[in-house]
Design a protein around this ligand. Structure first.
Ligand code: ADP
Ligand code: ADP
Length: 225
């Protein structure tokens, strides 16, 4: 059975159908690219399978449990302990240093400042952004900020990492670094990585692609490689 899967997902915003009977699945250690044009429903699919947005119809199963059967408190605890998120904008806390940002999810889990910041420094080093550890996010470049956000998402060693256009604001070298880190987490730690992208170059890093068109998941295709 898949680690995370969804069947028959529908979601309508006002008169706009964002998802129409969409399907989804991902296994531990797998990198799945969710592809499709702007407005096709990719972000909505990610938000629904991550338990952030409730579907109008359909079911989402995580590790044998149905998300809709959980209370809000259980779902947010699950998101905090098992899921990691990398979104394109507004993800780092501007008042904290980059190190403190990466350490934050661990601090919220009750990890001591000393251990959390040691882990943060390790992650920042693996992304080659040790140099910005003491700086606030507002003072670093877009590429550095994005790598700090990836480090923060990996800090709690999530079982599923959701990344929405993680390389959207990056030049290709930074994009490659971010993608290498995400796929490395899948290989080395068995993290399931859900990658929302409209770029074939980014999707090429995935094991499998799910194509979204007008809210429908059209093809679930194995990438031949
Ligand atoms: P994508 O990520 O592929 O660009 P989205 O999932 O963001 O697509 O959007 C799918 C459709 O649903 C679009 O028409 C979008 O405008 C609409 N939509 C998404 N989120 C909302 C929302 N919170 N309120 C109203 N409409 C929304
Ligand atoms: P992305 O596709 O890069 O994730 P979007 O601009 O589609 O970002 O959406 C950003 C946020 O706004 C999401 O939370 C989405 O649900 C919401 N959203 C998208 N389209 C609409 C819309 N037409 N009306 C209201 N909220 C929307």
């Amino acid at each position: 059975m898949s680690l995370l899967s969804a069947r028959g997902l529908s979601k309508t915003y006002g008169a706009t159908p964002a998802l129409v009977g969409a399907e989804f699945s991902i296994d531990a250690g797998e990198v799945v690219a969710v592809m499709g044009p702007s407005g096709s429903g990719k972000s909505t699919l990610l938000h629904v399978v991550a338990g952030i947005v409730p579907p109008d119809a359909g079911t989402v199963m995580y590790d044998g449990r149905e998300l809709s059967a959980m209370s809000d408190v259980e779902r947010s605890a699950l998101r905090r302990s098992e899921f990691g998120f990398v979104f394109q904008f507004g993800q780092l806390v501007p008042e904290l240093s980059c190190r403190e940002n990466v350490a934050l999810p661990l601090r919220l889990d009750g990890v001591s400042r000393r251990s959390a910041e040691a882990r943060a420094d390790e992650l920042l080093a693996s992304l080659e952004v040790s140099g910005v550890a003491g700086q606030r996010p507002g003072t670093v470049s877009g590429g550095e900020g994005q790598r700090v956000a990836v480090a923060r998402a990996l800090a709690t060693d999530p079982r599923v990492l959701f990344a929405d256009e993680p390389t959207g604001a990056l030049d290709s070298l930074n994009g490659e670094r971010v993608m290498d880190l995400l796929t490395g987490a899948a290989r080395e730690r068995g993290t399931a990585v859900v990658l929302v992208t409209h770029e074939a170059r980014v999707a090429a890093y995935s094991d499998r692609e799910i194509v979204v068109r007008d809210g429908r998941t059209l093809g679930v295709e194995r990438v031949s490689s």
